[in-house]
Design a protein around this ligand. Structure first.
Ligand code: ATP
Ligand code: MG
Length: 164
């Protein structure tokens, strides 16, 4: 990560990961791009759920099976602040029938274009799972969160920082 302000946190439980997302959300506003990285089951969707709760957006955040991007409308922001929508994207399914490792192919970029995320970004926080190497060009900077699983335990470690 190019950013010097990178920080790390241990997340022992799912609830901790969601709470971390709520804390990250306090800093977020329309136009912010958040890229969630980490292996299968790392907790990216759990983190997205926390961010959604922190933003106060509507609708349940789930792991989309067929839907690549879902818009959550703005709601009441806990602790006040300008209400903002959130678009939750699962880029894993972009590209060749969602094959892992397809990120970056021409088809991926066509499908990405079709999502019009740049338009969404004007009025929403856009949170992308599996977005690394695919969506960074959509904004001047992005918040990169890397989740790691500790072997044989539920503990996750998150490293995050703004990358420009
Ligand atoms: N510390 C933790 N943080 C987050 N999730 C945890 C933790 N400990 C256990 N879990 C469990 O791990 C699973 C994480 O699933 P989640 O869907 O959030 O991962 P993901 O990274 O989005 O996976 P995918 O790559 O399939 O999208 C959940 O079942 C969650 O309850
Ligand atoms: Mg997920």
């Amino acid at each position: 990560m190019a950013d010097r302000t990178q920080t790390s946190i241990a997340l022992p439980t799912t609830e901790d990961t969601e709470a971390f997302g709520r804390r990250l959300a306090v800093e977020l506003a329309a136009g912010d791009l958040v890229v969630l990285d980490g292996p299968l089951g790392a907790g990216k969707t759990a983190l997205a759920r926390g961010i959604a709760a922190g933003l106060g957006v509507q609708g349940r955040v789930s792991s989309p099976t067929f839907i690549i991007a879902r818009e959550h409308r703005a709601g009441e922001r806990p602790g006040g602040g300008e209400p903002v929508a959130m678009v939750h994207v699962d880029a894993y399914r972009l590209g060749l029938a969602g094959e892992a490792g397809s990120g970056g192919g021409a088809q991926t970029f066509d499908e990405l274009d079709a999502l019009d995320l740049d338009t969404d970004l004007a009025g929403a926080v856009v949170v992308v799972e599996w977005g690394e190497g695919v969506v960074e060009h959509l904004a001047d900077r992005h918040l990169l969160v890397r989740l790691r699983r500790e072997p044989e335990s539920d503990v996750r470690t998150a490293e995050w920082g703004w990358v420009s």
